[in-house]
Design a protein around this ligand. Structure first.
Ligand code: SF4
Ligand code: SF4
Length: 407
């Protein structure tokens, strides 16, 4: 098989390669190209052009009649840089007039780059961590519940149950990065107050596989996928809830495709769970203007826009205002697509643009529903000296609940 054999792409994707009209509409919406205009290869139309050329060079009529030419190494390297300097935010797909499913196309392109060994070296480390330690940080996986240690008392649902109605899938970022510990702590406090029958998987939770799937290394994630599905099925749970939108998206959309059958339980993002219970929680009013950042994997790629906003509006006194770009046009935080591993300064530049949009609303609180967004936006607020508090929606709910109880 040639390195750009058409069989590496789905029939739809091959059609999409031809369907691109080169109108350039996507270029103006690309957050990474805006910050790195010297790398033309980032733009959707250049990525599509490059792959069309590679496929033709190796499989076109000329190649069949005479000789297939391997792609030029410099061209491959340029294409790889453009493919990995992409947050996979999917904005280009939203504005594309011919509805190219760009995000899946970019992932397929990354897979071809991995096959040819032209990808950021840091991704080898990521693959090593996930396949040997079952998490992205390389910490011992049995430490996944370390965030629970400074809860006033560790509830039975966190580490003491073998069966429950709801499994809370915590995710690698919230499990191993101390700045995110308060997200799982908050969700647990809320579920305790709401009387939810929940449990976590502890060390039996393995990385959901998302970072490898989007790196173009999906084959290395398959073991984790099967392990996680079996671990949840053993609990008899009817619902799985995730605070991380990438875990959520992977469970909901990729897992059934990978295992080739329905999961047998419902998959919810934490904001969907909260939407159903927030009305029954005692919440202290908050007379404040807040804004909400749509995480790409929750909004554009999963279609969940209302649940987080409904939860925020359920807090008495809160005024929710939108940033210049929101819902399906929301600007990415810069933290997606494994870009941080390829070019950290690019992530920071995109995050800076987003934090400026938040500042322009006048909001004192910038909410999101993703630990990665929270982390990148917090960093941008600190660097840009923007006086806005960055929080997850679930953290705000837990804070108002605690404040009401303290009164
Ligand atoms: S918007 Fe769509 S059709 Fe237009 S250049 Fe971009 S990918 Fe091609
Ligand atoms: S997915 Fe986002 S970052 Fe990637 S090319 Fe499209 S708009 Fe640019």
């Amino acid at each position: 098989m040639s390195t750009h054999d058409p069989r590496f792409f789905t029939f739809r994707q091959l059609m999409e390669l031809d369907a691109c009209t080169r109108c350039g509409e996507c270029v103006a919406w690309c957050p990474t190209f805006a910050e790195k205009p010297e790398l033309d290869a980032i733009t959707p139309l250049r990525k599509i052009e490059a792959v069309r050329r590679f496929v033709y060079q190796q499989n076109g009529l000329w190649a069949r009649l005479f000789r297939s030419r391997p792609p030029d190494r410099a061209a491959l390297q340029d294409h790889s840089a453009g493919t990995y300097d992409c947050t996979l935010c999917g904005r280009c797909g939203t504005v594309c007039p011919v509805h190219i499913d760009t995000r899946h196309l970019w992932i397929a392109m990354r897979e071809t780059m991995v096959r040819q060994g032209v990808y950021p070296g840091s991704l080898d480390h990521l693959r090593e961590m996930v396949t040997t330690h079952y998490n992205i940080s390389g910490d011992p996986n049995e430490n996944r519940l370390i965030w629970a240690e400074n809860l006033p008392e560790v509830p039975e649902g966190v580490g003491g149950k073998e069966r429950a109605e709801v499994v809370y899938f915590v995710g690698c970022v919230a499990s191993f990065y101390p700045r995110s510990y308060s997200v799982p702590q908050s969700l647990v406090e809320v579920m305790e107050r709401a009387g939810t029958d929940y449990m976590t998987l502890g060390g039996e939770e393995w990385c959901c596989g998302f970072p490898l799937i989007i790196a173009g290394m999906g084959e290395a994630a398959v073991e984790s996928v099967y392990h996680n599905v079996e671990a949840v099925r053993r609990t008899g749970a009817t619902r799985l809830v995730a605070t991380c939108p990438s875990c959520y998206h992977t469970w909901k959309h990729d897992y059934p495709r990978i295992i080739g059958e329905p999961l047998g339980f419902e998959v919810l993002h934490a904001t969907e769970l909260l939407e159903g219970i927030v009305g029954d929680l005692p919440l202290k009013p908050l007379e404040q203007t807040v804004t909400y950042h749509d995480p790409c994997d929750l909004g554009r790629t999963s279609g969940i826009y209302d649940a987080p906003r409904n939860v925020v509006r359920a807090i008495p006194g809160v005024t929710l205002v939108e940033m210049e770009h929101h819902h399906e046009y929301a600007l990415c935080c810069g933290g997606g697509g494994d870009v941080e591993m390829a070019d950290k300064t690019l992530t920071e530049a995109v995050a800076q643009r987003r934090i400026v949009q938040a500042r322009e609303t006048g909001a004192k609180v910038l909410l999101s529903a993703c630990q990665q967004c929270e982390r990148t936006l917090m960093g941008a607020a600190r660097r840009e000296k923007v006086r806005v508090r960055v929080m997850d929606v679930v953290e705000l709910v837990a804070r108002q609940m605690a404040a009401e109880s303290a009164d």
